[in-house]
Design a protein around this ligand. Structure first.
Ligand SMILES: [Zn+2]
Length: 403
């Protein structure tokens, strides 16, 4: 099983320059290859593209500087384009699950930059990592690498932070689960309500979000290509990173806890890639403005992002820990019946937070009841409701975020 291990590092001025050159070359090779693909009727093979945009390009005056950097990341860049095209075609034919993947785009100088080294292009030397034609960089080893990595990606994000991201083969973890199964209901107000009665609240991004919006207003007024505008852009990126880091930290801790404690985990398919889940979005009161205020729209966007990430993490960690991961259809009426006696009370307005069951006389919390139903449906204890399980591909098992 493959996992990513990421570490921050601080390059010297000299290394920053070499890395900037490398990122530039990788980007140019990618964009050149993409431009050729766009022009040609039939997409050329990867080997053919490599020959044109790397080997032959080096002989031309306009691209002679390509020989100043290691060849490996350049080849990887063309390979990345190949994958981008494959994802796009698979997504078009419906071979690929999840969100629709668009046509590959040109890489921009102002976006996140990266370059990948295969074995041969890098090696670990004591505390440092040697990168071909860059030198030895010293990452902060916040945790140990479990095995020797098969590749490393050097990343520079929009806020000028540098990372090394290693791909490592890891062994599944052997820990016995405390509980048999758990059902989880995801929402906006409470991030997760679990069938064992526990609740998890999402951290608040209000302050950071307000700061970002203020900076964005500032950015809009600033002159294009000015250094002040550039400064503001980095400030915005830094704040966005902070939001993402807080969110990732929260989701990683929560998902690790859930997966290590439970043998089977049941989630509801929220179809976050497509439409907004209606029942999570309370209807506005009568007479209210039609458009939701911005902060609420944003809360929704952030929590949707969180649900998607959460599901990916739960799925990946389930594989790592040898757990069963079940996703039930989002058309399951999990909030319309009693989790105790099965009495069906039908649709209830979202403003109703607790329901007194006519069948057994117990008062249920709406989300708590839903999470119990999700667990039952997922574990097949409720045969009148059908269960759909999904075998997904693992994307990332573990990723480390440093503050
Ligand atoms: Zn009941």
């Amino acid at each position: 099983m493959k996992a990513r291990y990421q570490y921050r590092f601080y390059p010297t001025d000299q290394q920053q320059q070499s890395l900037a050159r490398l990122f530039g070359c990788v980007r140019v090779v990618y964009n050149d290859a993409l431009a050729i693909c766009k022009q040609s009727e039939k997409k050329p093979k990867s080997a053919e593209l490599q020959k044109i945009v790397i080997t032959q390009a080096k002989k031309t005056e306009a691209r002679v500087w390509l020989s100043e950097v290691s060849n490996i990341p350049l080849q990887q860049s063309v390979a990345d384009l190949e994958i981008a095209f494959k994802n796009f075609f698979d997504s078009c034919n419906g071979k690929r699950k999840g969100r629709k993947v668009g046509y590959p785009k040109f890489k921009k100088r102002t976006h996140k930059q990266s370059a990948r080294f295969r074995i041969g292009g890098f090696s670990i030397k004591g505390n440092g990592v040697y990168l071909a034609k860059i030198g030895v960089v010293k990452p902060i080893w916040s945790r140990e690498l479990p095995a020797s990595p098969s590749s490393v990606t050097v990343i520079k994000d929009c806020a000028n932070r540098y990372f090394l991201s290693f791909v490592v083969d890891i062994e599944p973890v052997q820990i016995d689960a405390k509980n048999q199964s758990i059902g989880i209901d995801l929402g906006i107000k409470t991030f997760a309500v679990m069938s064992n009665g526990e609740k998890a609240f999402s951290p608040s991004y209000k302050v950071l979000d307000r700061r970002v919006r203020k900076l964005q207003k500032k950015l809009a007024r600033q002159q294009k290509d000015s250094s002040r505008r550039h400064k503001t852009r980095i400030q915005i990126a830094k704040n966005h990173n902070k939001i993402a880091d807080i969110r990732k930290d929260f989701l990683h801790k929560l998902s690790t806890q859930i997966v290590s404690e439970n043998q089977a985990i049941v989630l509801e398919d929220l179809n976050v890639s497509g439409m907004v889940k209606k029942r999570c979005d309370p209807a506005p009161p009568k007479g209210a403005r039609e458009r939701a205020p911005r902060h609420r729209k944003l809360a929704r966007v952030i929590s949707q992002q969180g649900w998607r990430e959460f599901r990916v993490l739960i799925e990946a960690k389930s594989e790592k820990y040898g757990r069963k991961f079940v996703v039930i259809s989002r058309w399951e009426p999990t909030s319309q019946s009693c989790s105790k006696c099965g009495y069906r009370w039908g649709k209830v307005d979202l403003s109703v937070r607790s329901i007194l069951c006519l069948g057994c006389g117990i008062e249920h919390d709406r989300d708590d009841n839903a999470s119990k139903n999700i667990e039952m449906v997922g574990m097949g204890h409720r045969h009148d409701l059908k269960c759909t399980s999904r075998d997904g591909k693992t994307t990332s098992v573990a990723q480390l975020n440093e503050a």
